[in-house]
Every structure is written in C-alpha cells, then in structure tokens.
Design a protein around this ligand. Structure first.
Ligand SMILES: Cc1cc2nc3c(=O)[nH]c(=O)nc-3n(C[C@H](O)[C@H](O)[C@H](O)COP(=O)(O)OP(=O)(O)OC[C@H]3O[C@@H](n4cnc5c(N)ncnc54)[C@H](O)[C@@H]3O)c2cc1C
Length: 442
C-alpha cells in the first residue's frame, strides 16, 4: 500500500461516514487523507475531539438479524466495517439493540484509524475543495464554510434545513377499527388520511400526559430553530388548553363516519404506497423516546403502535440527493466529488456509516478498473442509495433504513416471516453482487 500522496482520496469529516469510508478505502489499498475540524473547531453538538463521536443517543438500533437495522449491520460486517466492529467491542447490554459506551466506541474508532497504514489524519476545517478525488462527509452540522462551498457547487436549491421530524408508525400495528379514513374538507381522494378522533375527555387526558412527560433539554443552537416556527407538540400543549386543537389536533373539516364532529383529531398520512407506514402529521416533539411512545399510544387506534421513527427536532443539513447524486454517491455536476453520511439524506449513525462504506467500495473498485454495478436495491446497503437517487426530488426527506425502502417481495406474508424473507433475499443478492466484483469483500 502506498502512503498518502497526490493519489490520495480526501475524506472530509471524521464522523460516522467519514471514518468508515477512510477505513474501507485504506483496507483496499487506496491512500487517504482524513480531514476533521475538531477539536480545533467544533459543531454545536459535538463535545470532544474524538473521531466518530455519537452526539446524542448511544444506540445503533436493533441487532435482530431480520430487522432492517440488524440486516444492515450484517451486510456491513461482510466488508469488515470499522463502525460496527467498534460498536460490538464497546457494546453495553441493551436488549435487542446494539448500544455502546459512547466514549469507548469513539476511542476505538479513533485509535484504529490512527494506527491504520495509508491514512493521514489532518485536524483542520476544510474550506476549499481539495484536488483529486474527494468524499464530503461533513454531516448534519456541516460547517458554514463547507455549506457555502456546496452551495456554490450545486447552485440554487441544493440544501434543506430540516429541523422537524414527525413520528412514523408501522401501519399494521394500528387498530383501524378506532380510526376513520377522510381528508380535511374531502380534499384529494376524500380519504387520504387515517384519522384518530378524540372526545373532550380524551383530548384533556392527552394534553395532560404531554405536559407531564419528560423532554430532552434544548441546546443553545436549537433555541433559535425552536422559536423560528417549528413548534413541538409538547410546547403547543404548554401554550394553552386549546392550542393543540388549532394545530396538529384540529378537527375542522373532518367528520366521523357517523356524521359527528370529533372534539380533536390526530391525522396519519401514509408514507408509502403500500401503506406499510404512516406519518403522524405535525407531531414533531422533543419528548424523551420512552415517554413519547407512551403518550402517543394514548391516541385512539395507536394503543399498540410500533414506531419506525420517533419525533425529533434538530438542525439537519442535507442535499437534495435525487437531484444531485448518482447511484455511486458521485455528484452529477462533479463526479470526482462524492457525498456520504447524513449530508446525503440518510438518517442515523448506522445509515451514515453505511453510505461511507458503500462510497468507498465503489471508489476502490473504480480505481482497480473493475466494472461496477450498484449494490442491489434489495440489500439494506443498496436500499439506501435507492432512496437517495430514486425518490421524488420534490418531496425528498431523510430516512432510516426500513423495509419500505426495499423493492416489495411480491407475496403477502405475516410480519415476522416477511422480515425474514426480506433478509434472506438481501443476503442472497449481496452474495451475488460480491461474486460479480472480485476482491471487493477484502
Ligand atoms: C443534535 C443531534 C442529535 C442527533 N441524535 C442522533 C441519535 O440519537 N441517533 C442517531 O442515529 N443519529 C442522531 N443524529 C444524527 C447524527 O448526527 C448522524 O446519525 C451521524 O452522526 C451522521 O454521521 P455523519 O458522518 O454524516 O456526520 P457526523 O457524525 O456529524 O460527522 C461529520 C464530521 O464532519 C466534521 N466537519 C464538519 N464540517 C467540516 C469541515 N468543513 N471540515 C472538516 N470537518 C468538518 C464534524 O466535526 C464531524 O465530526 C443527531 C444529530 C444531531 C444534530
């Protein structure tokens, strides 16, 4: 392996995506310069100078092999993932999830990269595009200088500032006997939404539960966003008895099937055509996750709801990838530049690392002159790129890995069997892809 030099790939950002990307490149003999601005310059959320610092929770989600997050881990492990390996080494007991001691995890990644041959780590903010091949993985809190640089590169409508995330519910865990279909004022098909009606007493109890629930404290930089108009439901509840009824629980324009007018209504909008997931409209929240689940399950029809994602509010810088990225994570306007991590519009630690891994595989294969095809969309790794490149650019939103991103199976199966079938198909298709790309699983 040659050391860093003119042929080095510049990986910008030593977070979850950048560290995985640098590791994967170096393992395949591609020299890397990894640029990380911390500790010289920090972000509003990071606290240390460690590479791959986890800024919030310590969970890398489910480790169940049939769960999409568990499947993604296993696929990454086939390529010797640094992030998943360091997470396993720093794991703490967490039921079916892979949760870590955050300090031990970041230390593990930092130490491994410092010792890896072929990687030079430069601790400075990148403010101009390096020469040669570049992977930008500067994350949801990309520094202002890099944001400006991307804007210059991509032009007008390139970035979103996404600061509110509403919860997403698994469709089949809803009790539809307690919900009714309707659109406000009969718009659209007239029944585009599932509606959860509350009577006066149910509304009062729901509001009180919101007021009593525990909230994640705001950091300074989030105060500004908070007051810019994206209000969490618990804050609306706090503002007055009726405020929610004029916000996300407003009943106007909706009638129950018996013709009655509910006192308040929560609306669920489908996330995918298969109606496997629903978005709880306007329910962005800063409630701690156990409290959030408990309170949301007070809504009629959601008593046994399972959440694909819970409500959050934070700054998130990401590119409109369906417009700007090709399936190999290259910028269409400048193919020598790749993006990876949350900047591409994936959501979460694991998913960010996964895109760094995939970008590195493609880059290393290209350097060897191997003809490359994209990872199959039926794999967890490939499903992320499919989301990033095949979604409608007009409605592009970040996503965690989930089976709604995979091509359908074509058969109806009970939930547990369906997950197993998705996982089995992914393993088979990944094995075929590896076989078609000699040396890639190095
Ligand atoms: C407040 C907050 C809470 C979050 N909570 C969770 C959570 O609980 N669970 C979860 O899965 N995800 C969470 N996320 C999302 C999380 O940030 C991502 O999942 C993950 O860290 C993204 O990985 P990344 O590599 O894209 O970015 P990061 O891990 O943020 O890494 C980007 C790196 O780039 C560096 N950098 C930025 N600009 C430059 C520059 N110009 N030059 C050099 N270096 C630069 C940064 O210092 C940083 O180290 C949260 C995000 C925020 C903002």
């Amino acid at each position: 392996m040659s050391g860093p030099g003119p042929s080095s790939v510049h990986v910008v950002g030593g977070g979850l995506a950048g560290t995985e990307c640098a590791w994967q490149l170096a393992r395949r003999g591609v020299p890397v310069v990894l640029h990380e601005m911390r500790p010289e310059r920090s972000t509003p959320a990071h606290q240390t100078g460690d590479l791959a610092e986890l800024v919030c929770s310590n969970s890398l989600r489910s480790d169940d092999p049939d769960h999409p997050a568990g499947l993604l881990k296993r696929e990454m492990e086939r390529f010797g993932s640094l992030v998943v390996g360091a997470a396993r080494a720093a794991a703490v007991p967490a039921g079916g999830a892979l949760a870590v001691d955050r300090e031990a995890f970041a230390r593990g990644v930092t130490t491994a990269l410092a010792a890896a041959p072929g990687i030079e780590i430069v601790r400075a903010e990148v403010t101009a595009l390096p020469a040669g091949e570049v992977v930008i993985a500067t994350g949801p809190l990309t520094s202002p200088a890099m944001s400006a640089l991307l804007q210059e590169l991509l032009g007008g409508e390139w970035l979103y500032f996404y600061d509110a995330i509403a919860p997403i519910v698994e469709g089949e865990t809803l009790d539809r006997t307690r919900l009714f279909r309707a659109s406000r004022y009969g718009k659209g098909s007239g029944e585009d939404y599932l509606n959860s009606p509350l009577d006066r007493e149910g509304y009062r109890a729901f509001r009180e539960a919101l007021l009593a629930a525990e909230v994640v404290p705001l950091r300074d930089f989030e105060q500004a966003l908070f007051f810019e108009g994206c209000l969490p439901i618990e804050e609306l509840a706090r503002r007055g008895e009726e405020t929610l009824r004029f916000g996300p629980l407003k009943p106007v324009g909706l009638r129950a099937p018996d013709g009655s007018r509910p006192w308040a209504v929560a609306q669920l909008r489908r996330e995918d055509l298969a109606e496997s997931q629903y978005n709880l409209v306007g329910f962005q929240s800063r409630l701690k996750w156990p409290d959030q689940q408990r309170v949301l399950r007070l809504l009629p029809g959601l008593e046994r709801a399972e959440f694909v994602r819970l409500g959050q509010i934070h700054r998130n810088t990401f590119v409109n990838s369906p417009r700007h990225l090709d399936p190999f994570y290259r910028l269409r306007v400048a193919p020598r530049v790749r993006l990876a991590g949350q900047l591409t519009g994936v959501e979460g630690y694991l998913e960010s690392a996964a895109t760094g891994l995939a970008a590195a595989l493609y880059l290393a294969l290209e350097r060897r002159g191997v003809p490359v095809t994209p990872l199959p969309a039926s794999t967890a790794l490939g499903s992320l790129a499919r989301h990033l490149t095949a979604s409608d650019p007009a409605h592009f939103q970040p996503a965690n890995v989930n089976y709604g991103l995979f091509p359908p199976l074509g058969t109806r199966l009970p939930r547990r069997e369906r997950r197993a079938a998705f996982a089995a198909r992914a393993h088979a298709d990944l094995a075929a892809w590896i076989a078609a790309h000699p040396g890639v699983a190095a």
